[in-house]
Design a protein around this ligand. Structure first.
Ligand SMILES: [Zn+2]
Ligand SMILES: [Zn+2]
Length: 339
């Protein structure tokens, strides 16, 4: 008799294994069958024989991994049910990045939701998080400390645009993770009325084009390519977006007196901003903050919660105080994301 989720879901060295279905969710190593929540590289690794994910996530994996994306790719649109082994599986939107999904697992009268990464704040570039009431909720805890409270993203964009107005002779260079954050920043700028072309570092162009193919309107974008030794004085007063790793590059120094910005939930920690040479930190995150994590535990009404991926201890403690059976799920190998 199956009484507990632990009887059919377990942690193996490869990752979270759904034994009753014979598949892994976001495995860390190549496996026979993987269900993938979203395209970030610590979740969507290459080399699996069979990959099940939303069509958007499969496209993102194809773009990032090429041939290594996996053998058989089975698209599973949001809300559509499929039976894998003895388990009913469907995907619900997670509100994290384009195509991101929570994996809903139903077996033996029990429902387990593996949320992957998620956020509750609105994001014009992906479908909003859907609350799925369940028996066991597996949650991330990237920002699982009370100090992490993200301000409204639009307020951060307003600060950015104020700086652009104050320094018309300077270029604003925003570091933003290539999948999700960059496109969200662009969409927010458009919503705030910034109509001028936005200039992109080469590493962001293909992903922005893919978002466009999936109907996410980003407005006029153009490449911020810099020939060797060339200075782009024409970029004064303009906005340039680059991966976080590029904002301290030699490349960046050829922009006209750039104001270095970084869009990340980690920018809440002033020391981190200072360490990375960020003049204008923008606290914009694609992960739930502390309040969103707690609100989500209330919303999904799960009597049991497994916490992974970040600062498990504080969230386990807070959940326990709510009367929830909570435990840290020791899933090794997840890296800290750009947040
Ligand atoms: Zn992610
Ligand atoms: Zn993650």
């Amino acid at each position: 008799m199956v009484k507990r989720a632990q009887d059919w879901i377990e942690v193996r060295p490869e990752g979270l294994y759904v034994r009753a279905g014979g598949f892994f969710v976001d495995p860390l190593r190549p496996v026979a069958k993987a269900v993938i929540t979203h395209g970030h590289s610590d979740h969507a690794r290459g080399g699996h024989a069979e990959v099940i994910a939303t069509p958007e996530t499969l496209a993102i994996m194809g773009l990032r991994l090429g041939e290594a994306a996996g053998g058989t790719r089975r698209p599973l649109p949001l809300g559509q049910r499929v039976r894998i082994g003895e388990v009913e599986v469907w995907l619900a939107p997670a509100g994290h990045v384009l195509g991101s999904a929570q994996v809903v697992l139903e077996y033996a009268g029990m429902r387990v939701v593996v949320s992957g990464d998620y956020k509750r704040a609105s994001d014009p570039t992906c479908q909003a998080f859907e609350v799925v009431v369940c028996d066991v909720f597996v949650t991330e805890a990237t920002f699982g400390l009370p100090v992490f409270r993200h301000p409204p993203a639009m307020a951060e964009i307003d600060r950015l645009l104020r700086s652009v107005r104050i320094f018309p002779e300077r270029c604003h260079l925003i570091g933003a993770y290539s999948l999700g954050k960059a496109q969200r920043v662009i969409a927010l700028l458009r919503a705030a009325g910034w109509e001028r072309p936005i200039h992109l570092h080469g590493a962001l162009q293909a992903m922005c084009a893919l978002y466009g193919q999936y109907g996410v309107a980003l407005g006029p974008l153009c490449p911020a390519t810099l020939g060797s030794r060339e200075t782009r004085s024409d970029l004064a007063g303009e906005i340039v977006i680059a991966p976080p790793g590029a904002i301290a590059d030699r490349w960046a120094r050829r922009l006209p007196d750039p104001v270095i910005c970084l869009a990340s939930g980690w920018m809440r920690v002033k020391q981190r901003a200072r360490q990375r040479g960020v003049e204008l930190p923008l606290v914009i995150s694609d992960h739930a903050d502390w309040d969103e994590l707690l609100r989500t535990l209330d919303d999904v009404r799960a009597p049991e919660v497994w916490v992974t991926h970040g600062r498990e201890e504080a969230l386990v403690h807070a959940a326990t105080q709510k009367g929830i059976r909570a435990q840290a799920l020791a899933l090794l190998g997840y890296e800290e994301e750009e947040g």
